[in-house]
Design a protein around this ligand. Structure first.
Ligand code: FES
Ligand code: FES
Length: 214
């Protein structure tokens, strides 16, 4: 019968052998997993604020991250990263989108406008000036998205696109407070500056339809 010392040696040997096997198995697994984990990189070219940009990106990169992390255009904000807050709103080929919900590689050849492309501190876009005038923000985190969205909203109304609150969809929508609030409802403001935001947008549009108060 083996004595205690022999048994103890055997256990140590067994544990060492087990650890070595586990390490080998681990490396084999890592080696075989490596290709699947490697990022798939592609080139994507689009225009951002009037400038041609070509980026080599992981195919999983969102348009929001491409703008913020690769082009350093940090005016566009990341709020929820889930399509729920509107902080990441940019304009692509004239339409507003949540850039957190869109992969950058889907935008080959597109024209993207961010808040940086609307105005500068010296030459504010009329909507930017109106937000200042009407106190349409507090912390300002949602503001770039609000302004990009508002620009597209005014164009949608001008183009006759109805919304859920348009009373008669056979006629051009009126610029009412209800229309503005409905169309801006995808842009959340945790500071609650909604009334002033409506006033700012209405001001740029030349006022609400007769009888409508912001
Ligand atoms: S960050 Fe895109 S909707 Fe919130
Ligand atoms: S101004 Fe603070 S979230 Fe809108």
């Amino acid at each position: 019968m083996a004595d205690v010392e022999d048994l103890s040696l055997s256990r140590r040997d067994l544990m060492a052998a087990g650890a070595a096997t586990a390490t080998l198995a681990g490396s084999a697994q890592a080696a075989s997993a490596a290709p699947a984990d490697a990022p798939s990189l592609v080139k994507v070219a689009f225009e951002v604020n009037g400038r041609e940009q070509t980026l080599t990106l992981d195919t999983r990169t969102t348009l929001l991250d491409a703008l913020r992390e690769h082009l350093k255009l940090t005016g566009t904000k990341k709020g929820c990263d889930h399509g729920q807050c509107g902080a990441c709103t940019v304009i692509v080929d004239g339409r507003r989108i949540n850039s957190c919900l869109s992969l950058a590689v889907m935008h080959e050849g597109d024209k993207v406008t961010t808040i940086e492309g609307l105005g500068t501190p010296d030459r504010l876009h009329p909507l930017q000036a109106a937000f200042v005038k009407h106190d349409g923000y507090q912390c300002g985190y949602c503001t770039p998205g609000q302004i990009c969205s508002a620009k597209a909203v005014l164009e949608e109304i001008k183009a006759g696109m109805p919304s859920h609150v348009t009373e008669d969809i056979t006629k051009d929508p009126k610029l009412t407070e209800a229309e503005l609030r409905e169309r801006m409802s995808g842009n959340i403001c945790r500071c609650g500056a909604y009334s002033n935001i409506v006033e700012a947008i209405a001001d740029v549009a030349g006022g609400l339809s007769k009888g409508e108060m912001a």
